[in-house]
Design a protein around this ligand. Structure first.
Ligand code: CA
Length: 242
């Protein structure tokens, strides 16, 4: 039941000026449990697509107002909604142009409704909201380096599950190094990020924090996490091992 609700909640915009076909597709989609909006004009469709929150757009190419390819191109400029093009049988160039312009699929008219429904399911599965633009959960939550884990949410660092007590500046320094694994960060950059741009002091303050971090992590756990790159700065090299 739960699984069905997810698929069934999807909102689809059908853009098609052949009234009978549009109505037929609408009824079939509603029958499958989708929510459907319709438009028979390119210009209106573009407005609807930009204003609405659709999961998928079925877009005819030959449309009054603004043709489907132009609608597609303008849509791709914003936050893209997956588009399946409805094309005429011989319009090979339209298909190519459509895919180039960002359509996820096309279907040639006349089509069997089962084929359209199957393509709708696939497009929603591959390009649905859940699949778009979501950061990987671990990235959002924190950074891992071997047995060390820095949790942004809890503002906490653990090694093998045991908490390491860090001051705020030490935490920030470690976070920046973990965020930029394999990138050597200069003392100036670290200084700016940790102490703020207005900080006027000696860059060897960075060395002091690095020393604190090493004494709390590297020395306690026998790691060589923070590496010095002579004359440049510091780096944490990625470590996928447990
Ligand atoms: Ca048409």
């Amino acid at each position: 039941m739960r699984e069905k609700t997810t698929a069934m909640g999807a909102h689809i915009l059908v853009v098609e000026d052949e009234e009978k076909l549009a109505r037929f597709v609408e009824l079939e989609l509603i029958h499958e449990g989708y929510e459907v909006s319709k438009s028979a004009n390119g210009r209106d469709a573009l407005q609807m697509a930009q204003a609405g929150d659709f999961d998928l757009i079925l877009l005819d190419i030959m449309l009054p107002g603004l043709n489907g390819l132009e609608v597609l191109r303008r849509l791709q400029l914003g936050r893209p909604t997956p588009v399946i093009l409805l094309t005429a049988r011989d319009a090979v160039m339209d298909k190519v142009a459509g895919l180039d312009a960002g359509a996820v699929d096309y279907i040639t008219k006349p089509f069997a409704i089962e084929e359209l429904l199957a393509r709708v399911r696939v497009a929603l599965k591959l390009h649905g909201k859940a699949e778009r633009g979501q950061p990987a959960p671990q990235k959002e939550e924190g950074y891992r380096w071997g047995k060390l884990f820095l949790s942004q949410k809890r503002h906490q660092v653990t090694y093998d599950g045991k908490e390491i007590a860090l001051t705020n500046r030490e935490f920030q320094m470690l976070k920046i190094l973990l965020e930029n694994q394999d990138i050597v960060l200069s003392r100036d950059v670290l200084m700016d990020k940790v102490c703020g741009f207005d900080y006027v002091g000696e860059t060897n303050v960075v060395d002091v924090y690095i020393r604190f971090l090493r004494s709390k992590i590297d020395e306690v756990y026998g790691e060589k996490m923070i590496q010095t790159v002579r004359g440049v700065g510091y780096v944490i090299k990625s470590n996928d091992g447990e």
